[in-house]
Design a protein around this ligand. Structure first.
Ligand code: TXA
Ligand code: MG
Length: 318
């Protein structure tokens, strides 16, 4: 299959209208989209990514009026979060309606919905005119793509089109919040932080990932799959000054390590935001240059640091 690479949202949207799948930028990471109502197109996403069929997709909308096309009723807590954080890097788990094919939600009766803020994403979604379901546009198990080149590296020849834009601003996937109970539960941390959510709904909680996931259906099925992992071994480092690099090591963090000259690749970020934005591209760059061990500095688990530490732990421990 030939993969068309274009900067034009309207050209990319034409592929969606023809039942094809298209990678597109958002402020978090690049997504791989299909028309939510086209079950055949939705199935193509799972094939192209090699994604397990039990991992549900997120629906992307550009206008609140699209909510009623895919959901059946908005719980009160969800309405508050929509008002406070849409458009933005927040996905809400809502009851789905019968028009959404079960392939999109892996058989669940809920659907994750997000309204991106990035202007190019919004132009694309508007041109598509239907809600677009999309997971991150990486091969399953690889780090999410934050550049169009990363999408091309994983999916060239497997998808019809890449809508090409800049490196994504946030660099980590959206916050996922379950709204089916009395209080919001964070299933995946992201750039809309626990602190942000708590200002609107003080009872907001973080889901506890049970070690015994076989016993219960996990609330967020995607979280049981291996994620975010480069090929290199990831080692978390509390004290950069004490790292003794081995052969072909790399380092990313806020503070410089002592033996900086001994690392093959090094990235010092000015704050947690920049660390988050750079992380997945750094992982991919390390893999491309054959780095064997990546040392990542641990950060405080507050604000965006909670999401960053979640991704770092998944990369280090699977
Ligand atoms: O920032 C993002 O969220 C990006 C961009 C493209 O929007 N998308 C993304 O999609 O990261 P994906 O498929 O890689 O991650 C979606 C996560 C998975 O952990 C999935 O299990 C969870 O959201 N999820 C989706 N629908 C759900 C549902 N109905 N119930 C519970 N969890 C759900
Ligand atoms: Mg993903």
């Amino acid at each position: 299959m030939k993969t068309t690479i274009t900067p034009s949202p309207s050209i990319a949207a034409r592929f969606i209208q023809r039942g094809e799948i298209v990678a597109f930028p958002t402020e978090t990471v690049y997504g791989l989209g299909a028309n939510i109502f086209d079950e055949e197109a939705v199935k193509k996403i799972f094939i192209a990514k090699d994604r397990p069929a039990d991992n549900p997709l997120i629906a992307h909308i550009f206008d609140l009026s699209q909510l009623e096309q895919i959901t059946s009723g908005i719980p009160e807590i969800a309405a508050k979060l929509i008002q406070a954080f849409f458009p933005g890097p927040l996905t809400l788990i809502l009851p789905k309606n019968e028009k959404v094919p079960s392939a999109a939600t892996a058989g669940l009766n809920t659907i994750g919905v997000r309204m991106p803020k990035d202007p190019i994403t919004r132009q694309f979604l508007r041109a598509c005119a239907v809600p677009i379901v999309a997971p991150s546009a990486n091969l399953s198990g690889r780090p999410s793509p934050t550049t169009w080149q990363a999408v091309r590296a994983d999916l060239n020849g497997r998808i019809s089109c890449i809508l090409k834009s800049d490196q994504t601003k946030i660099g980590l996937e959206s916050t996922v919040v379950d709204c089916s109970g009395e209080t919001p539960v964070i299933l995946r941390a992201g750039a809309v932080t626990l602190e942000d959510l708590s200002k609107v709904i003080p009872q907001t909680k973080i889901a506890k990932i049970s070690g015994d996931s076989e016993l219960a259906v996990p609330k967020s099925p995607g979280m049981k799959h291996r994620h975010y992992a480069p090929k290199a071994k990831v080692v978390l480092a509390q004290f950069p000054q004490f790292i003794a690099p081995m052969n072909s090591s790399a380092y990313i963090g806020l503070k410089a390590p002592q033996n900086a000259a001994l690392f093959e690749r090094i990235l010092i970020c000015k704050d947690v935001e920049e660390y988050a934005r750079a992380l997945f591209k750094f992982f991919r760059d390390c893999d491309d240059s054959g780095v064997e061990t990546i040392f990542c500095q641990i950060v405080d688990e507050e604000g965006l640091g909670l999401a960053l530490m979640d991704r770092l732990r998944r990369a280090a421990y699977g």
